[in-house]
Design a protein around this ligand. Structure first.
Ligand code: MG
Length: 230
């Protein structure tokens, strides 16, 4: 399955990076906490007189390079690869691209490794990119084509007004399994145990084994692990 994953707000923590940069700017207007963010574009959550400062922060050298990863993102992308999926980072740069484009690549190399750089697709129009799934925090994605992918919203406080299939890195296996019939899934032991009914009767063939009498040729193997004394 070809899974397209957006970068900002999905694997790179744009909001935490912005929050810290705003605080560092020393402006008396307080940085807006992530849980109070309501607009997709962070500048729109600030008074109009301060929006130029917000843009200056985002376009400054180092902003896109230095934002921290979203918790669980790096591990989850590697798990999707291990499950055999084709994972691509599909990201739209700012029109003021001078720092943004190169630093997006630097971020991926720093946080996901050099091999992941070849998995980057940088485009202003994600609808022209082929894929099965697009995981993106933008509430609605439009472009010049009818997309081949299904949009799953990466859950963020500023997109909760959208009634859509949503995912976070804490529950991505379950959501992708429901979203697409081709999603390969590997259960952990904990997930399997959760599905068990501890009050269920044991299966009848197990009862037969448990009550079977020895027939006389059984071999008992008491091999102990190395270093363990009888
Ligand atoms: Mg995004």
């Amino acid at each position: 399955m070809l899974i397209l994953v957006d970068q900002d707000g999905v694997i790179a923590d744009f909001d935490r990076g912005f929050y810290e940069a705003w605080q560092k700017s020393g402006h008396e207007y307080p940085a807006i906490e992530l849980q109070h963010r309501r607009s997709f574009y962070v500048k729109d959550d600030y008074p109009s007189a301060l929006q130029t400062l917000a843009v200056d922060i985002i376009t400054a050298k180092g902003f896109f390079r230095d934002m921290p990863p979203i918790v669980g993102a790096v591990e989850s992308l590697n798990q999707l690869l291990e499950l055999g999926h084709d994972v691509r980072i599909c990201t739209s740069p700012l029109n003021t691209y001078k720092n943004c484009v190169q630093e997006k690549y630097e971020w991926v190399e720093r946080n996901l490794g050099l091999d992941f750089v070849s998995r980057m697709i940088v485009t202003k129009d994600k609808t022209v990119v082929v894929g099965d799934i697009l995981i993106d925090d933008k509430p609605s994605i439009s472009g010049t084509r009818t997309p081949t992918w299904k949009h799953i919203v990466y859950d963020q406080p500023y997109n909760r007004h959208v009634d859509a299939l949503r995912l976070s890195w804490a529950n991505f296996r379950q959501v992708l399994k429901e979203a697409h019939p081709n999603f390969k899934h590997r259960y952990t032991l904990g997930e399997l145990i959760q599905q068990c009914d501890s009050n269920a009767e044991p299966p009848s063939d197990l009862m037969v084994w448990d009550t079977a009498r020895p027939i006389g040729n059984e071999i008992l193997d008491y091999t102990l692990p190395e270093g363990v004394q009888k």
